[in-house]
Design a protein around this ligand. Structure first.
Ligand code: NDP
Length: 452
């Protein structure tokens, strides 16, 4: 396990103790900070100037946190009050950049963990984007389009004053897809009287969106897995793949896995998972999840080669590669043990922090290739940065050109993480590599820009 392998300089323990004391009810945030702090220990050893200038103490405190009331009225005329969040974590490399999540579990801890991770992920892409994240404890499941629209409008009525193409640029995340982004962008345009394309990414391609942004996170996770396998002289050809989730990331990971010759056999949602030994039918999955918005069990009801397993996760299925692509902490030590026993060769995180620390350690100890989310799912935000470039220059690039750029970015992200791990003496450890490469870039910029 990374934690036990690395000698941790005193500053790491001091800062972590302070994070726990100052953020006592935020377990996800503490988990994310711990993972990063432990794995950047070699960078801090090599760069005492980062320690002397308090880079780490400053980084763990968001530049700004916004919490606001979101009142809205449902179709029956009942009033609801949700809570909105935007955590603007670091703008040292560019405008705050990171998605909005609408899910009942959203709270400050989750938004802060996601925002903190986003700083290093965005740095790792090599682009000029800072880190932030936001969302609400609103649950879109079962709501009508009109209710979704009224909620999004109320949410933007407050958030708009904190956004802008040079300030803070949100995108989608869990519960925020094309429909929600349309309503959010529309309300921003109405309030500000500006068609400011670059203030939101993930827009429809007809009104400022970029080709491949929708597909980018899932495609990118598969490209990352391909890069890891290539280091060992292997490919995706013929590999069985377990994917969790059935949203944006999962659907396009499954689609790209097929295109690269693999056999994706699972998908899931919060009710359970489906396994289809004939391979997941992407068109059917999209129809059920993007159009009909029904539970995953419906897939098995409509396809004879599939079965639904209620209340379980797909990690008990024998596969070569696992792509956890639903939510945080959805793959624990028991799941890792089952995957290892079944011969898994590589794990690439499509979701943010889906693998618990114990499970990460189990994979690494067993010699399983492990690609952490801040590297493996960086394709989404990287393509968002391409969308911002196109908006700024009023250009529109083709699908093929954009996909080629995404593929190159994922290779660069892989190589940066791989090289940084080797440089610090942890060859093959992508957790150390991704955190170190991202942190180095952020720390140098903070050093240059002074204590602010
Ligand atoms: P979606 O809302 O499109 O899909 C989320 C999927 O995960 C759904 O199938 C959902 O099932 C399932 N899920 C959500 N919460 C839980 C839970 N608590 N337990 C079990 N299943 C759950 O989201 P995305 O595909 O956009 O995001 C998935 C993950 O990828 C998140 O971790 C996100 O932060 C990360 N990510 C997304 C990016 C993007 O570009 N979209 C970029 C980088 C990372 P159900 O409908 O039943 O809730």
């Amino acid at each position: 396990m990374t934690e036990t392998l690395l000698a941790v300089p005193p500053v790491v323990n001091d800062v972590f103790a302070s994070v726990v004391a100052r953020n006592p009810h935020e377990p996800e945030f503490q988990q994310a900070v711990h993972e990063v702090l432990v794995s950047i220990a070699p960078v801090l050893e090599a760069h005492p100037e980062f320690v002397e200038s308090g880079i780490v103490e400053r980084l763990v405190e968001p530049e700004r946190q916004i919490i606001f009331r979101v009142p809205w009225v449902d179709d029956a005329g009942r009033l609801h009050v949700n809570r909105g969040f935007r955590v603007q974590f670091s703008s040292v490399l560019g405008p705050y950049k990171g998605g909005l999540r609408f899910h009942p579990s959203v709270n400050l801890s989750i938004v802060k963990f996601l925002g903190f991770e986003q700083i290093f992920k965005n740095a790792l892409t090599g682009q000029g984007i800072g880190g932030g994240k936001g969302g609400s404890d609103f649950d879109p499941h079962g709501r009508s389009d009109a209710e979704i629209m009224r909620f999004c409008q109320s949410f933007m009525n407050e958030l708009y004053r904190h956004l802008g193409e040079h300030t803070d640029v949100p995108a989608g995340d869990i519960g925020v897809g094309a429909r929600e982004i349309g309503y959010l962008f529309g309300q921003y345009r109405k309030i500000t009287n500006r068609h400011e394309s670059g203030m939101f990414t993930g827009k429809g391609v007809q009104w400022g969106g970029a080709e491949v942004r929708t597909e980018a996170t899932g495609y990118g996770a598969v490209f990352f897995a391909e890069e890891m396998l290539a280091v060992r002289g292997e490919s995706l050809e013929g590999k069985r793949i377990a994917v969790s989730g059935s949203g944006n990331v999962a659907i396009y990971a499954i689609a790209k896995a097929w295109q690269l010759g693999a056999l994706p056999v699972t998908a899931s949602d919060s009710s359970g998972y489906i396994v289809d030994d004939a391979g997941i039918d992407v068109d059917l999955l999209r129809q059920l999840k993007e159009v009909e918005r029904v539970r995953i069990s419906e897939y098995a009801a409509r396809r004879s080669s599939a079965r639904f397993v209620e209340g379980a996760r797909p990690w008990e299925v024998a596969v070569d590669i696992a792509l956890p692509s639903a939510t945080q902490n959805e793959l624990d030590i028991d799941d890792a043990t089952a995957l290892i026993a079944n011969g898994v060769r590589a794990v690439a995180e499509g979701a943010n922090m889906p693998t618990t620390p114990g499970a990460v350690a189990a994979f690494q100890d067993a010699g399983v290739l492990f690609g952490p989310g801040k590297a493996a799912n960086a394709g989404g935000v990287a393509t968002s940065a391409l969308e911002m470039s196109q908006n700024a220059s009023r250009q529109r690039w083709s699908f093929d050109d954009s996909e080629a750029k995404l593929r190159q970015i994922m290779k660069n992200v892989h190589d940066s993480a791989f090289d940084a791990a080797a440089r610090y003496g942890y060859a093959g450890d992508y957790v150390v590599g991704a955190n170190s490469a991202g942190f180095e870039r952020v720390a140098h910029a903070m050093l240059a820009q002074g204590v602010i």
